[in-house]
Design a protein around this ligand. Structure first.
Ligand SMILES: [Zn+2]
Ligand SMILES: [Zn+2]
Length: 274
């Protein structure tokens, strides 16, 4: 199982980091988790394309995690030779968001259909499956489990556990530690968590920015969740504030205070195998 951090940024613009998106390749399946800013560029950087995705999983409907889902949909559609569904799994509300994206794209869809009357005879086909905590499903022979996360007032939000051939990774999405996250992480080989640095966020005396401390795991909390669950490899992403070049060891040290295993973090396209 190969895990690639496609986008390690957050809503804060950073010219070096795309928005939240992670790629998991296992058992011949290519699975995208979240679709933040620049996701299609980073998919290309990882040697793949929307048309090659077997599924897109969405952890929650915060804009930074879905802002380029429209680009995934369009790029997937225009590169298909026959009508091919793009399979999207996300919490309740995902269908409404996808319907809205397709409405936004309606002019473009009509232009392309009019231009390529002989070869493009179908509209984008996005098959949305809304999943609730406790749901299980399969993408090829990758098994997926869904759990509730705690990212209030964002509701609903979910984590995904992907299992294949005895290996497992949990994509925690955004949120603070909670029992259901602990449960789905238990015994997993790897755990991908979006994180913030509390010490650095607190330096910014801006109420709206400080509010983010209420509903995101700090680096230390992610490490504590990993230790509690017996995780082997902790993978950190969605750095707030943006991790600057040369700061990697400092971020890693915050996690290492609470976690003895391997800690993976870095720039976009950082890849690790379990
Ligand atoms: Zn986020
Ligand atoms: Zn969020």
């Amino acid at each position: 199982m190969e895990i690639t951090l496609l986008g390690t940024g957050s809503p804060l613009p950073d010219p070096r980091r795309g928005g939240p998106a992670t790629l998991v390749r296992a058992g011949g399946q290519t699975i995208l988790v979240d679709a933040g800013r620049a996701v299609v560029m980073r998919l290309a950087g990882a040697g793949t394309l929307p048309v090659l995705l077997n599924a897109v999983l969405i952890t929650h409907l915060h804009s930074d995690h879905i802002t380029d889902l429209n680009d995934v949909i369009t790029s997937h559609w225009v590169m298909t030779g026959i009508e091919t569904p793009l399979n999207v799994y996300g919490p309740p509300g995902t269908q409404t968001v996808v319907d809205g994206i397709l409405m936004m794209l309606a002019p473009d869809i009509s232009y392309r259909l009019a231009h390529h009357t002989d070869t493009l005879t179908y509209k984008p086909k996005v098959v949305v499956t809304e999943v609730k905590p406790g749901a299980t499903f399969a993408i090829g022979d990758v098994q997926v489990k869904v759990a509730r996360t705690h990212h209030q007032p964002v509701e609903p939000t979910v984590a995904f556990r992907l299992e294949h051939d005895g290996k497992s990774v949990v994509l925690g999405g955004d949120g603070i530690p909670c029992d259901t996250l602990d449960e789905i992480c238990a015994g997993a080989d790897a755990y991908v968590q979006t994180v913030i640095r509390e010490d650095l966020v607190k330096l910014v005396k801006n109420k709206r920015f400080l509010d983010i401390l209420d509903y995101h795991s700090t680096v230390e909390q992610a490490a504590q969740t990993a230790t509690k669950a017996g995780i082997k490899k902790l993978i950190l992403t969605h750095y707030v504030p943006s991790m600057q070049p040369g700061q990697e060891d400092e971020w890693r040290a915050f996690a290492a205070k609470y976690f003895d295993g391997e800690i993976v973090l870095g720039d976009d396209l950082t890849t690790t195998t379990i």
